[in-house]
Design a protein around this ligand. Structure first.
Ligand code: HSE
Length: 424
């Protein structure tokens, strides 16, 4: 059988790893797909930056890939929005299937790209866009169709999980831990995307869309990162028996959905609390499956390349339009207001050490129906009053915190972090 010729958009860390792993796994690939797979061309901006690439492979001419009828599938591993979007659209329109590792592209322009794929009878796969080596997209799209998945909670950014782990385990400063994550190749080109939660927001938008069969747009995903997280809160949380993690959640309740990213307290016996370093984990909950947890490396060139190759082989192994390509099952759903979500909350008030302060904090919560479960007070210039509430409505807790923050004894804006519940 003649070789299946594939193209690469990009030949950086991930692209070179895809090439290497395809060559290294040639025998296994041939067994699985029935024939050899060969990388025919790779589009790059500057061939001089890839001296190790085989001669004749690299091109700066996009048309060479687009117009080569012998290339039936292309892996997009160049990142960015433009010209990537234009290239991917042009490839789909020229009848080539595309595999993409680009979460921002999928989260922002997925609808347009899927429409083009549908119209031209080709496949668009995107496993590598979420959690690198963890096959969560495949599981949600192919294995969970009747599982009634109604909630996803995940640690989906390796850089921030690495930073939080380092800070807790070794007392490393935030900036040092970030520099280490960058050196290890976990961080995005612009690490602001990691630390502000934007990277995780794109990933949970993708996961929510495929889990709930609706289009959850990136701009709808409220996100907070770890860049404004104070180390004292991580320490207080640890003292109370909780790990602090950047959690991406997607929830469906009846006909409404919400997706968000936020630092969260996670009880030490919760499986997500044990996920350390650049590892990611995604917990899926559904009526029929109860709880399924997928855990593994969520960042890194070779790890991401394994997911790209999984998709390439799925395309090659299911020629024509794969049955998962059709998105006729997408429907419109309402949005669940974040303020109506319920969970226990961690609150930290930085206040003057004066009589009556604690009483006013407790009163602000009580007036809004939020009940206190634990209180800890620590000296820190003034004092930190740390409160764990029982389950309460997020809007009520945030209103109470804002009311306390406006009182004269408050020295800074109160911190409000939800506590992730196991059985909700
Ligand atoms: N920068 C991402 C992370 C890796 O830290 O998880 C790719 O998504």
């Amino acid at each position: 059988m003649s070789a299946t010729r594939i193209g690469l958009l990009g030949y950086g860390n991930v692209g070179a790893a895809v090439h290497r792993l395809l060559d290294g796994g040639a025998a296994a690939i041939e067994r699985v797909t029935g024939g050899p797979v060969q990388v025919a061309a790779a589009l790059v901006r500057d061939p001089g930056r890839h001296p190790a690439a085989p001669g004749g492979l690299l091109t700066t001419d996009f048309a060479r890939l687009r117009d080569d009828a012998s290339i039936s599938v292309v892996a997009e591993v160049m990142g960015g929005i433009e010209p990537t979007r234009a290239h991917v659209l042009a490839l789909l329109r020229s009848g080539k299937s595309v595999v993409s590792a680009n979460k921002q592209l999928l989260a922002r322009h997925g609808e347009e790209l899927f429409d083009a794929a549908e119209e031209h009878g080709v496949q668009l796969r995107f496993e590598a866009s979420v959690c690198a080596a963890i096959p969560v997209v495949k599981v949600l799209r192919e294995s969970m169709i009747v599982s009634g998945v109604h909630r996803i909670d995940g640690i989906v950014n390796g850089t921030t999980n690495f930073i939080l782990s380092r800070m807790v385990q070794t007392g490393a400063a935030y900036a040092d831990a970030l520099a280490e994550a960058q050196a290890l190749g976990y961080a995005e080109a612009d690490p602001t995307e990691d630390v502000t939660g934007a990277d995780a927001a794109a990933k949970i938008a993708i996961l929510a869309s495929i889990a709930f069969h609706t289009r959850v747009r990136l701009e709808e995903v409220e996100h907070a990162g770890i860049d404004r997280l104070d180390l004292s809160d991580v320490e207080h949380a640890a003292e109370l028996g909780y790990a602090t993690k950047l959690i991406a959640s997607a929830i469906q309740s009846g006909s409404a959905v919400v997706a968000r990213v936020h630092p969260c307290l996670v009880a030490r016996d919760h499986p997500l609390a044990a996920v350390e370093g650049a590892f990611n984990a995604v917990m899926l909950r559904g009526e029929s499956i109860r709880e399924v947890i997928l855990e593994g490396p969520g960042a890194g060139g070779e790890e991401t390349a394994t997911a790209v190759i999984g998709d390439l082989l799925a395309v090659i192994g299911t020629r024509g339009t794969g049955f998962l390509q059709h998105d006729g099952y997408f429907r419109g759903l309402d949005r669940l207001p974040v303020r109506e979500l319920e969970s226990p909350f961690y609150l930290r008030f930085d206040v003057e050490d004066e009589p009556g302060v604690l009483a006013q904090v407790a009163q602000a919560l009580a007036e809004r129906g939020a009940s206190v479960a634990q209180v800890v007070q620590r000296s820190a210039g003034g004092v930190h009053i740390v409160i764990l509430t029982h389950r309460a409505r997020e809007g009520a807790v945030r209103d109470a915190a804002a009311a306390v923050g406006a009182l004269g004894f408050s020295r800074s804006e109160p911190v409000v972090l939800p506590v992730l519940e196991r059985g909700a």
